[in-house]
Write a protein that binds this ligand. Sequence first.
Ligand code: HEC
Length: 122
Amino acid sequence: MRTLSRVIGLLIVTAFIFATISTAQEGSKSSSGTKSAKEIFTTNKCNSCHEMKAEKISKTGKSKAPDLSMVGTDKNAEWVEKFLTKKETLDNKKHPISFKGTDSELKTLATWIASHGKKESK
Ligand code: HEC
């Protein structure tokens, strides 16, 4: 009887560990397996300096960096990509950090940011 309850106990612990691991993985990735722009934004800690009111993302730090909800009104995705890799400047200043993710993540992120504040043409 003691052995049986020990086996059952072990099974419960194992099941619990697996459940924790799989939910943790689901949390960092979207169902398609690639990260969404919003996930790229938060995993790269852009929200430590920037808020994005349009997406209800608030900043976690005390930086005076601007809200990114209206970037698309005067900038396009290409500009954002260059700015985030320090190939472009804003008021003669480079962005304080350079993007650390992959090229395709940069494209997804830049396209998403530049889509905010754009006047609907259609
Ligand atoms: C260390 C703080 C910090 C972090 C982290 C940071 N930024 Fe910035 N960002 C700034 C500051 C400060 C400015 C304003 C620069 C200026 O006005 O000269 C800025 C400006 C920008 C702009 C231009 C905004 C505008 O009004 O045109 C974009 C776009 C931008 N950041 C995107 C990002 C993205 C995407 C990330 C994450 C990969 C990120 N930032 C991470 C501090 C930060």
